[in-house]
Each structure stands twice: as C-alpha cells, then as structure tokens.
Design a protein around this ligand. Structure first.
Ligand code: FRU
Length: 494
C-alpha cells in the first residue's frame, strides 16, 4: 500500500516537473523531477539497467523532509524518470529518508538500505537508524521490521544521532551482504563502521574500519568501500574539513582513503589520503560496479555552503556529476568520463598545432553542451609562459576561466565573472604534474556546469555555472607562445 505522503509526492512531481522545459535543465546530467536534490543514493545495476535514486524534496528548491527520487538509464547519460520511491511516512523515518544504497538480491529483488531519521535533525533526541526496502525497480515496500540496525548494536562511544548513509554490497564469494555506515565517535569526529548480513534483513556489527581522530574533518558522511587494482579504496565525505595547501577547501569535502582491506580480519589499513575533486562543487560520491567490471562514481555537483544560492526563477536545484570511471595508477586515483560519452560526440571541430600568443578565438570552438580536449605545449627553445587560459561560457559580460600556471604547475578554475549574484567563493586551484609546460585538459560542459579532467583524469575540477546560456563563447589566451591542439564535440542524445 502506497502511503499518502508518497502518492502526494508523485502527483506533485508529475504536475510541476512536466512544467520544466528540457532547455531549463542540463542535457545529460541528472536533476530532480522538481524541487531539491542532494546526494546520489542507491546507484546500482538492477536487471541490466543503471538505477539512481537521490535525496529529494520535491516541494521546494531548498532542503526539506527527505524523499527518494528515482531515475534509470542504460548508458548513464540518458536518464528516464521514474516515480519517487520513498517518502518519510513511518514513525522511524518521519524526519526523513536519508542517504543509502541499493543492490540486486540473488533472487532478483532490488534491495534498498537507507537511514531513517526520527526526532529533529541535529537535536539530542534525533535518532538515525538503518532501514530496508525492497522492490521491482519501480515500486518499493519498506520492510515490516524496520529499523534493522539501531543504536543498541553500536559499540561503546558511537553516536545514535549521527549514524547514517549505509552503502551495502553483496559479496559473491562469501554469499552475504556487507555495509559501511558513517558514525560520529566520542571524540566528536567521524568513523566508518562495517556491518554484515546473510539475507539483507538481519544485520550485525563487524568492525570499525577507519576513523578521523579529528584529523580529517568531523562527522564522516556517505562512506563507500571497494577494490581498485588490488588496493582497498574508501570514499568518505567529512564535514568541517580544514584546508591543507591546495586541498580540502570545500568545508564539507570528499577524501579518498587508499590502503589495504583485509577481508578476513575485516580491517582497513590506510596508507594514503587524497583529495577527489579540486573544484567548487562536489560532495557525497557513490560508486557501483558495472557489469563489465568498471568502477563508476557519481556525486552531487554542489557544495553545501552555496546550495541555497539559486538563480532567480529556478524550479529545480541540485544536479549530479557526470558518471566517472575510476582507476588507480601508481597509487593515484584517476577519473575519466564514462566511455559512453564518446559515442555521443558529434560535429567535431579540430585544430592542430595552433600557435597561441595573446588572445585567440578558434573557428567553430564554442558552445555550452560539449566535450572538448585542449592540449598545450611550449614550442622548443621558448620560455615557459606565466599563464595559459581557456575562457568558457563567455561573452561581453560573462566568463569562467581555466588558468594553467606552467611555472607553479597549478590549474585554477575561476568563475568570479560567471554571473553568480552572491558573495561566494569563486576559485580553486589544483596542483598538476610538472611536464615542462605541457598540459591536457578535457572540458565537459552541460549548460549549468563544467567538469575539467586534467592530464587524463589525474585531477578533476567540477563547478556549477549559472551563466546565461547565450554566453557560449570560448577563447584561449597565453602570455607567451604555446602550441595548441583542440578537439571539440557537441554532445547529442537521441
Ligand atoms: C550528505 C548528507 C547525508 C544525509 C543526507 C541528508 O550530503 O548530509 O549525510 O544522509 O545528506 O539529505
């Protein structure tokens, strides 16, 4: 039986979502049907299709009682809308169905694990417990004995009110489920807890895999654990991070813990901590394993701090990043746009070896929905320029700049003049590998965003752009001589 809250959300999203024209949205990035979206949830493969749910408040463009919105896709680029799947309609989740995950059960059901919130968020009475729902890819039923993990199962010192965002997976070898869940420990900072279940409904605590110890932010949200190139990789979204050099400037930021996960002892030995995205808008990533073995990550392309600054007249707020393939090369996390994007490239514009000195516009290079690769190199015997820039979303009034400093080996993403009408932070820098003045940028734009993949995904910078769409110019600028190869494609869906 569908609750009245779910029925109401579904009729609201149908009525008001249909009033948003496709041009008011990105082409291939996921947005909510209507209203507010934050974290990706339940990113999973079910019966051969990719499903993605999201933290959802249909009634407003600001965060509110959390529902789960739902889309699915066969290629991770064209998403079909499905009706909202969860509403906060039970005693144990009345304050919100918070983030969680999904997996296909061995007997073909789609199993959802999410956090039920009871009692006002951030109050001492608040209780966060882990709950289950199951369904057929469209309709989901909450498990009658929810919650399945509550405070009594937690070890000493763990918090009952900051205990959320389960990421579950089915372990084929062992024939059981595991889930990692975020928690706040007695020192006030975050930890990742591991639980296991034979059937997805009876859960027990296994171990604490890692913790902040107040060194890497406070509460750890949205953990994920998987294997890449034989290493254990954990993604965590810590709140209140302190910046270090060029990394961790977003306050609520994302870290990648690389180390060894001992599957027998259920222990994680961390060897390294790295930033995941150096841009302005990236949080709460979640991954899945595709049928062909790829590890694919998607995240909320937003930062919490700027999430309530909406352009005038907006009917939706919040979008996802492009799904990205992850790999580990020499212990370093590499991210590239899912390869499905290659077959959506159309109308190529190619310039090879263009000599750039000062400001140049290259014929045919413009647009706001595109996939463009630009490679720079300094001609033999010439000095390194001080800066080489690509200006995007540009006209007389607006521009966003991607600026390479070949002497400092940094790339800066600067949206100061992008048209944001609020006093927000507008630029970030990423460190890049010293290649004697060479740099490769892959720039993916989709009307309201830019994602910059530097040197084949060694660093990535993501940002929302609310520049009016008519600002679609692109220019290149260098204060010394550089040679430039550009390949620019439009992205076209069916
Ligand atoms: C992360 C987060 C999660 C929580 C959800 C609530 O952005 O704070 O920890 O489950 O958002 O919407």
């Amino acid at each position: 039986m569908k609750s009245s809250k779910l029925t109401e959300a579904r009729s609201y999203e149908t009525k008001y979502g249909d009033q948003i024209s496709p041009q008011e949205r990105p082409l291939f990035h996921v947005t909510p049907a209507v209203g507010w979206l934050n974290d990706p949830n339940g990113f999973s493969v079910y019966k051969g299709e990719y499903h993605l749910f999201y933290q959802y408040h249909p009634y407003d463009i600001n965060w509110g009682p959390m529902h789960w919105g739902h889309v699915k896709s066969t290629d991770l680029l064209q998403w079909e809308r499905l009706p909202a799947s969860l509403a906060p309609d039970q005693e144990y989740d009345g304050q919100g169905c918070f983030s969680g995950s999904a997996a296909q059960t061995p007997d073909g059901r789609h199993l959802i694990m999410y956090t039920g919130v009871r009692g006002k968020d951030n109050s001492p009475q608040c209780r966060q417990t882990q709950c289950m729902a199951y369904g057929d890819g469209v309709e989901y039923v909450k498990y009658e004995n929810n919650p399945v993990i509550s405070a009594e199962m937690l070890p000493e010192g763990c918090s009952a009110s900051d205990f959320r965002d389960p990421k579950l997976w089915w372990d084929r070898e062992e024939g059981c489920y595991y889930a990692v869940v975020g928690n706040r420990t007695e020192d006030g900072s975050g930890a990742v807890l591991l639980f296991t279940s034979p059937d997805g409904f009876q859960w027990s605590y296994v171990s604490m895999l890692d913790r902040s110890g107040n060194k890497h932010g406070r509460m750890w949200e949205c953990p994920d654990l998987f294997e890449l190139a034989g290493k254990g990789v954990m993604l965590v979204s810590p709140q209140e991070m302190r910046a270090e050099g060029l990394t961790f400037h977003n306050g609520n930021d994302v870290i990648c813990l690389i180390g060894n996960y001992d599957k027998t002892a259920h222990s994680f030995t961390r060897e390294e901590i790295a930033a995941v995205d150096y841009g302005l808008d990236f949080y709460a990533p979640q991954t899945l394993e595709a049928p062909d073995g790829r590890r694919i990550m998607i995240a909320w392309m937003q930062s919490w701090e700027t999430s309530h600054f909406h352009p005038h007249g907006t009917k939706w707020a919040g979008m996802m990043t492009l799904p990205r393939e992850l790999s580990l090369v020499d212990g370093h996390l590499i991210q590239t746009p899912v390869r499905e994007l290659l077959s959506r490239r159309a109308n190529p514009v190619v310039h090879k070896g263009a000599r750039l000195e000062g400001r140049t516009k290259l014929p045919g290079v413009e647009g706001r929905v595109l996939d463009m690769t630009a490679e720079f190199r300094v001609p033999d015997g010439e000095e390194l320029p001080r800066s080489v820039a690509v200006h995007i979303a540009e006209n007389e009034s607006y521009r966003t700049a991607i600026i390479f400093d070949p002497r400092e080996n940094t790339v800066c993403l600067d949206r100061t003049d992008s048209g944001y009408r609020y006093n927000i932070v507008s630029s970030r820098k990423a460190p890049v590998r010293d290649q004697g003045g060479r740099l490769k940028l892959r720039i993916v734009m989709d009307r309201f965003s830019v994602e910059v993949f530097i040197n084949d995904g060694e660093q990535v910078m993501s940002a929302c752009l609310y520049t009016p769409q008519e600002a679609d110019g692109i220019t290149f600028e260098s204060d010394g001589a550089v040679l430039l190869d550009v390949e620019k494609y439009e992205i076209v869906l069916d």
